[in-house]
Write a protein that binds this ligand. Sequence first.
Ligand SMILES: [Mn+2]
Length: 328
Amino acid sequence: MNNLPPESITEKLLQAKRVLLLTHLRPDGDALGSTFGMRAFLRSQGVAAEVLIPCAIPRRYSRMCRDFAVSLSRRELDDFDLVLALDCANEARLGCGEFTPAELREKNFICIDHHRGNSLAAGESWIMPEAASTCQMVMQLISSMELPLVPESATFLLTGMMTDTGCFCFSNTSGESLRAAALTVDAGADIEKIANDIFFSKPLTQLKFEAELIETQLRTVCNGQVAYACVTDELLEKYDFDLREDEGLIDILRGLEGVVIAMLVHHRPDGWRISLRSKDSRFPVVDIARDFGGGGHTMAAGCTIDVPEFAEVERLLLPRFEKLLAGE
Ligand SMILES: [Mn+2]
């Protein structure tokens, strides 16, 4: 493990009496894996720790993520001497309930994250953009302390490592990612349970929703190198599909032969939510997302564009893809 966490963070974590663990809203596998994995680890070390998730969590994770707080009062917040935010890149995404980031900064407020351009401004931060997942960072942190990893923690950490790397298929997977994953397996991570719960448990309605999405919405441009689809409210209603469950939906577009850039679009009250993926590191999509006020990772990024019609989204973005693919 080359990238060692700051010693001050490991010290503070182990010296804390009660740690509050936070992550980003609309939590994904890495967000939940890192917070619940850290909770299990801290508890195994005799450090009291609680997770606050003030929003719904995707169904596929609800079996494994249990016993967390959905809200906390200010008085309850006082009981914590350390707040640790995991996998959260900025204040707007932080799932902190009714608390303001300023209130959290009055505590020992630490951030561990792998998003480039993290702007959370915690009291102390460990940001490692080259890490494929925050779970990988947590694993590196635990192994740097040379403390044992309990199987429950190992299973959570491996979950986030697998979801953020597409089961170690995406280009963010490094030797270090695989070594960190190996440590979780050695520690008893239940890879079969993760596979069945997270990857092989798609409800039939979702399968049908995806089939109709492809049948009616999939479009390709740039000689088939760009695939995109707009998730309509009609489709969501017809299949009673909750877009919070959409993690992986864009991978269907990415999985199409010949596709280099995939885009999934959905209309929200504040504009069109754009998710972008690239299959080729020569064509990073994060710059396009940034130009529209978004961000993310080099190959997986997103933004929101507030225009009335979807056709305008196409008019704004398709030429950008064309230029990117032409190497301009
Ligand atoms: Mn992540």
